[in-house]
Design a protein. Structure first.
Length: 696
């Protein structure tokens, strides 16, 4: 490490308002008299965004004696007993940052484990945290990291983290995780107070953990309205022992999804009850709270984000003007979404570059969630929307080379106006971020270029055109149906733009890892499915939620027992049995397989009537799974293992986090550019039951 590197690190630390520490020439035992007082650091410790030589360290130490600020010391050591302390730094905390702080420690060695703790002036110390630095650019050893999303301690238990910790502690050093990529829904801003929903949420008991001081009640739930409300959510979530232990064990690389701001939020707008509301002040508050609680190398208009965060002065102003990329040009909107830029890339040795994007701050309005789109869905067909309608809504005025249809087929075959015919095509990334993303992807020299898209990219579709006549109304669509639009699974044009570039530039080793769908998916990244040409350019994975409820749990409670299409989602052959999730068959094999299974209970017979054109892109779907995913990447292969746990209704109370439902791996050998990627599946543990097998 040169003097220049050191100067750069200090300049960086100064720029982000973080305290800076530097590795000493020689390690020595701590001279501080530390007494661990976890009660004084109720949210524990964390580390984030490590690179080869540095890492951000975080804690929160509130003081309630009336002072506005204090100074802590952070110590970094090569051992958990602090006999070999290699760096120390003074770190201010203040009420202005909700008593959170971060320190950037530099001069570290690549691929090393370090231990750290914070102490106040009286020697009261935080718990000891563990962190790791990234491997050097020429370190060709395999890389391991986990990706996770969607945790909600008000509705469930974080057993998945406990399992992850247990397995990592038991693993050989070379098999341990390097970091955890958190793909968002770190908090859920919507919270149900127990009295508002005495029946609980599906199978869940509602915990009385959060009461927003200035919250707003919408229907039966509550949302934050200001900085204190958002901060309260983070403070509360981080009291969860499993989450807190996970943050103390590994560095996290965090990105927000929707719930860090607002359920149906886009740019600085919120949508509730079909109304779009300007919410610039809330977007800034959400960004500030995120920044205070997530140690991350994110930026503001001035450069790397500063501690304490300097919120721009904004007010909630209507946004009337949207540019040709759907971006609201209203100045308060631009200031609010510009107050924190989260998209960034993280390198981990020569094999992994994780390119992380933001799917909410720049996106154009979701065309599928608009009130005008409601007549496209028919309750008789559950969540199915004709594929051609989804494509028209996605493309807007660019549909079919600038020839959008005047009308779309709605319920019962009725024509409804194509409200998108003169609007620009949908973008989820927005123009500026997309340009950055494509450049970064094109320039990446890593063996595996991994798109950290917090939302899924794999298409979810069904084949209602194959329903037997008479079961329900005739399907009004021309063919396939899309389900659950809103992410890159139905952002057809933008996804094609990205995948076309991957093909054109002959980029091998392209993968995406995602969260948000509360379900496990493994498959191939392709811009189109049959009857269009199916030409995969990469591999794609989605992890189940840590604890938030998933679709299977919801339909078990909400899908009417007498619905004609119930067998496509659930099969229940006797009253005593728990319903089985046939939706996993629906997405991979189609309606005929579901109906066969519901009638005979014979999986082999069901798969024998599979529709092979429905989902050649899918190797695996489990719409009811919870847990986490582990990536192993080296010079020749990428392996993603899903670790699925039972529905996490309550804490297992066990050191290992409780039982495993199954463990399955999907592996891609590195392909040459122009060759099709392939996935091979291995069942490692548990029963495949309705989830079943390979692409073939
Ligand atoms: Fe979620």
């Amino acid at each position: 490490m040169s003097a220049l590197d050191r100067r750069q690190l200090l300049a960086t630390a100064l720029a982000i308002g973080a305290s800076a520490g530097w590795r000493r020439a020689r390690a020595r035992p701590s001279r501080l008299r530390a007494r661990e007082r976890r009660d004084l650091y109720p949210q524990g410790v964390a580390s984030g965004d490590p690179d080869m030589h540095s890492v951000l360290l975080w804690t929160r130490r509130p003081f309630d004696d009336g002072r506005a600020s204090a100074t802590l010391t952070v110590e970094v050591a090569k051992d958990p007993a602090f006999q070999q302390v290699i760096a120390a730094a003074a770190v201010p905390v203040s009420a202005a940052a909700d008593w959170t702080c971060r320190a950037l420690i530099g001069g570290l060695r690549p691929a090393q484990i370090y231990w750290y703790r914070f102490l106040d002036a009286e020697g009261a110390a935080s718990r000891v945290g563990r962190t790791l630095t990234a491997p050097a650019a020429d370190d060709s050893r395999p890389v391991r990291f986990a990706f996770v999303s969607c945790q909600n301690p008000t509705q469930g238990a974080q057993n998945a983290y406990r399992r992850m910790i247990f397995e990592d502690e038991a693993a050989a050093p070379q098999d341990q995780l390097g970091f955890v990529f958190h793909e968002g829904d770190f908090i859920y801003e919507m919270t149900w107070y127990p009295e508002d929903r005495p029946q609980g949420m599906y199978d869940r008991r509602l915990r009385d953990l959060i009461r927003y001081p200035n919250g707003e009640k919408i229907r039966d739930f509550h949302i934050p309205t200001d900085l204190n409300d958002y901060r309260l959510a983070y403070r509360t979530y981080l009291l969860d022992p499993d989450l807190q232990d996970a943050r103390a064990r590994w560095p996290f690389v965090a990105m927000w999804d929707n719930h860090e701001f607002s359920f149906l939020g886009w740019q600085s707008l919120q949508e509730f009850k079909g109304e779009v509301r300007p919410s610039q002040t809330r977007k800034v508050a959400a960004n500030q709270a995120w920044f205070e609680y997530q140690p991350a190398r994110v930026t503001t208009p001035k450069g790397l984000a500063r501690d304490p965060f300097e919120p721009p002065a904004v007010h909630d102003a209507p946004i009337d003007q949207f540019d040709e990329h759907g971006l609201g040009r209203e100045p308060n909107n631009l200031a609010a979404i510009g107050s924190l830029t989260g998209y960034r890339a993280v390198s981990w040795g020569p094999h992994v570059e994780l390119i992380i994007t933001d799917q909410h701050s720049y996106r154009s309005r979701d065309p599928f969630g608009r009130p005008e789109a409601m007549p496209l869905s028919d309750p008789a067909f559950l969540d199915f929307v004709p594929q051609e309608a989804l494509e028209a809504l996605d493309a807007g005025r660019d549909y079919a080379g600038g020839h959008p249809p005047e009308t779309l087929l709605g319920q019962g075959g009725k024509a409804i106006p194509n409200f998108r015919k003169s609007e620009p095509a949908q973008t989820i990334l927005g123009a500026e971020q997309k340009a950055w993303f494509l450049d970064r992807l094109r320039a990446s020299r890593a063996t595996w270029k991994i798109w950290g898209n917090t939302q899924g990219t794999l298409e979810a579709r069904a084949d209602p055109q194959n329903l037997p006549a008479g079961l329900t109304k005739p399907w009004p669509g021309a063919g396939y149906a899309g389900l659950s639009p809103g992410d890159h699974g139905t952002a057809f044009r933008e996804r094609a733009e990205i995948y076309d570039m991957v093909a054109r530039e002959k980029i091998a080793g392209f993968a995406t890892v995602a969260g948000d769908r509360h379900s496990f998916w493994a498959g191939l990244a392709a811009k189109a499915l049959p009857p269009a040409r199916f030409e995969p350019v990469g591999v794609a994975f989605i992890t189940g939620s840590i604890s938030a409820p998933g679709m299977v749990e919801a339909v078990e409670h909400n899908l009417p027992k007498d619905h004609a299409l119930r067998p496509l989602y659930l099969a229940q052959r006797s009253k005593a049995d728990r319903p089985e999730p046939t939706v996993n068959l629906l997405l991979r094999h189609g309606v005929r397989a579901c109906l066969e299974y519901a009638a005979s209970g014979d999986l082999e017979k069901a798969v024998a009537v599979s529709n092979p054109d429905l989902a050649p892109h899918l190797a695996f779907v489990d719409m009811g799974g919870h847990g986490y995913a582990v990536v192993r990447a080296d010079a020749t292969a990428l392996d993603v293992e899903f670790v699925c746990i039972p529905r996490p209704l309550e804490s297992s109370g066990r050191e290992d986090g409780g039982p495993i439902r199954y463990r399955v791996s999907h592996r891609a050998e590195l392909w040459r550019a122009g060759e099709p990627p392939r996935l091979a599946q291995r069942w490692l543990e548990g029963d495949p039951d309705l989830l079943l097998t390979t692409i073939g």
